[in-house]
Design a protein around this ligand. Sequence first.
Ligand code: THU
Length: 134
Amino acid sequence: MTTINDQQLVAAAIAASQHAYIPYSRYAVGAALLAGDGTLYTGCNVESASFSPTICAERTALVKAISEGQRDFMAVAVATRDAGSPCGVCRQLLYEFSPSMRVILADLDGNLRLTTTLEELLPHGFGPFDLYAE
Ligand code: THU
């Protein structure tokens, strides 16, 4: 398994941000998601003239990974011009699979601004175990 460090994960997120389809917000986001087996999945935000179909970069990467059979993740790097933080919807969907994954926030110059965990970003979250519990 090839190991990838945080800086490389951020570089992949920055590269993905270059594909962002953002005619409305002009706010490019790139995400790079590292699966438990070391496979990397990237995503960008894709906007719509109808606005609500817009999908965030993090969920683009996540659905790519899930659709290829991955279910657990070690880390996600997100890159934006201001090292923006994942939205609540993305936090929730990432939490579904790997609450303890690391989250690395960076700007588009590759500066790592924050390294945290999903549980820190979504404390006391609601997840699959809440439905499985007796
Ligand atoms: N966006 C993301 O891609 N990820 C987030 O976590 C926050 C917001 C996108 C959605 C939209 O295309 C643009 O950023 C402005 O909200």
